[in-house]
Design a protein around this ligand. Structure first.
Ligand SMILES: [Zn+2]
Length: 583
């Protein structure tokens, strides 16, 4: 273990799981536990549960689980040591340095953040350099009409047209090739040369809400391709969990956030006084990003390009943002293809007017459909009506469906009742499809096809269940932990994942005389930790958790193991080949 157990225990005792999770998730008491909407998957009814008694959490929907440290690892997207440090800081504990052995698991997040800060300074200086940055300054200041104040505010920069400028600078600053490659600032060619990844591009630093430079976006200044280059996922950055300019927007967006397509749109909006604009990082919006939006605001106005690709992206954004309960509107621009161009042409006051006029998804969709069909023609009117009913069928509120059905009946001159009937038919059909999918999914899960954490569970279902019960009980009660450690060895386990869990729990027990998930979670991924917690949570919900059960489980696992040895495929193949030789 990296950090001493007494320090971990101290940190955990001062960071009550209920209090910590409450600052991210709205929790409601349900008996002795608490429920809320899961922050790790989209859901409408709460399956995310916090267990104060064992200081753990588990989501019965997506299977995420663990302790307070794992929770921070997942929500903040950080490694184990960083999560412990965050919690230590939160409760005012300082971790003495001798308690943290050098962290050698590849390149650490902190090193990458330090390196990014250095690189950002380098890019900015290159932009300001009279000779090197001349073309980039012309592009930003003259062509894109940004002021120097805005350039400085966003820390924009320029990556020189060279294969080694960034590399040489970072090397001098003490960073290694491995760090530069892991941090996505450099690549490695086939012959082993390390080269700069961003070249001859305007650079947009991506800064997280804590003020760390987590990544970069680079844009060409002409029409060459690719237009944008972005940092891929690194130990310090996950594209799907960050938003450009949220660091500036986060304090100004309680009422509304504007979601744009590109960095330049965001910068133009901020410069025009709309400091509550953000953008995704060169990809379509993810469900994780939608959840970030819901953490900061109530309403999102989508302002994507008016071309077809932009509109398709807007549809997806609509869906994800609505799923997390946000009020979502779409902004319609005429006479310009994006907000940057619009503000340049018509000014910021006009744009503010557009924000006020932004349309609900329904209005927007209806307009799209009506523009496609000629409703004076009966056939086309039927088609239009069917498409509109399909949209109505996605509204969960009956009142909403009724109100909009009324509007549609007026436009299409069709009785409201027949529209509602069609909507119901579509909903019934969707429901039965959903049920079918749900059954299939359960089938896949129970037959183990989807088990990536423990792939061997498919062929060893019974043994795996026994193992999980034992491992769950070991976490639940000290006396059962003692019993299992003294009566079982790792070799009694059939599946290798559960074997590893047993080994780690036993090691912790032998060293510290007790067990806490935090003692072992640096040996497992977050998904693996979730599985270990699931074992605990499953047992916790049963009444029968005594010594006899443990004895029975131990006995039956040993039987399973001996069955496995006589019945394995290798043995059978062995028998077959021996038979063949005899013949
Ligand atoms: Zn979940």
């Amino acid at each position: 273990m990296i950090i001493r157990p007494e320090i971990i225990e101290d940190i955990k005792s001062r960071n009550d799981i209920e209090t910590v999770i409450s600052s991210y998730v709205r929790l409601k008491r349900a008996g002795s536990n608490l429920n809320g909407l899961c922050p790790f998957h989209s859901e409408k009814t709460p399956s995310f549960t916090v267990f104060p008694a064992t200081q753990s959490f588990y989501c019965f929907g997506c299977g995420a689980g663990g302790d307070v440290i794992t929770f921070v690892m997942r929500t903040e997207n950080v490694d184990y040591v960083t999560a412990v440090r965050i919690l230590a800081e939160r409760s005012g504990i300082t971790i003495p340095d001798e308690n943290v052995s050098s962290y050698s698991k590849g390149v650490s997040r902190q090193r990458i953040l330090d390196m990014n800060r250095e690189a950002a300074k380098f890019f900015h200086a290159a932009l300001l350099d009279e000779k090197t940055g001349a073309e980039a300054r012309r592009y930003l200041l003259d062509e894109r009409k940004l002021s120097m104040a805005v350039v400085n505010h966003f820390g924009l920069g320029y990556a020189p047209n060279s294969f080694g400028a960034v590399h040489d600078h970072l090397k001098k600053a003490g960073f290694t090739d491995e760090e530069m490659i892991t941090g996505f600032l450099c690549g490695k060619s086939n012959n082993g040369t390390v080269y700069d990844y961003f070249r001859n591009r305007v650079i947009f630093p991506i800064i997280d809400v804590s003020g760390n430079v987590v990544a970069f976006g680079g844009r060409v200044m002409d029409n060459s391709l690719p237009k944008y280059l972005n940092t891929s996922d690194t130990p310090a950055f996950k594209k799907s969990k960050n938003l450009f300019a949220l660091n500036f927007a986060k304090d100004k967006c309680a009422d509304m956030l504007i979601l744009c397509e590109g960095y330049m749109d965001v910068i133009a909006l901020h410069a025009a006084g709309f400091e509550f604009a953000v953008a995704t990082l060169g990809t379509a919006i993810t469900q994780e990003q939608a959840r970030i939006f819901s953490r900061y605001t109530k309403k999102v106005v989508i302002s994507y390009d008016s071309d077809e690709a932009g509109q398709r992206a807007a549809d997806k954004a609509f869906k994800y943002l609505q799923e997390v309960g946000l009020d979502v509107k779409i902004l319609k621009m005429n006479g310009a293809k994006d907000p940057d161009e619009y503000i340049k042409k018509f000014g910021s006051e006009k744009f503010a007017g557009l924000l006020d006029d932004s349309k609900s998804r329904f209005q927007f969709e209806i307009e799209k459909i009506l523009s496609k069909y000629d409703i004076a023609n009966t056939d086309e009117k039927v088609k239009a009506s069917y498409e509109i009913c399909k949209i109505l069928s996605t509204f969960t509120s009956e009142v909403e469906r009724d109100v909009y059905a009324h509007k549609v009946s007026e436009i299409l001159k069709i009785p409201k009742q027949s529209i509602l009937k069609d909507v119901e038919r579509i909903m019934r059909k969707k429901n039965s499809d959903a049920k079918k999918n749900f059954r299939n999914e359960i089938y896949r899960n129970t037959s183990g096809f989807a088990d990536r954490v423990n792939p061997e569970s498919v062929s060893n279902m019974k043994a795996c269940r026994t193992e999980e019960a034992i491992l769950g009980l070991m976490q639940l009660k000290a006396e059962l932990l003692k019993k299992a450690v003294s009566e079982l060895t790792a070799d009694d386990f059939v599946t290798s994942f559960n074997k590893k869990v047993f080994e780690k729990i036993s090691e912790a027990y032998k060293e510290y005389g007790k067990f806490d998930i935090a003692f072992i979670s640096d040996s497992f991924s977050v998904d693996e930790t979730s599985r270990v917690t699931k074992m605990l949570v499953t047992r916790e919900r049963l009444d029968n958790n005594g010594e006899e059960i443990m004895s029975e489980l131990i006995k039956s696992l040993k039987e399973e193991k001996s069955n496995e040895n006589t019945g394995s495929i290798d043995d059978i193949l062995d028998i077959i080949s021996r038979k063949k030789q005899e013949d």
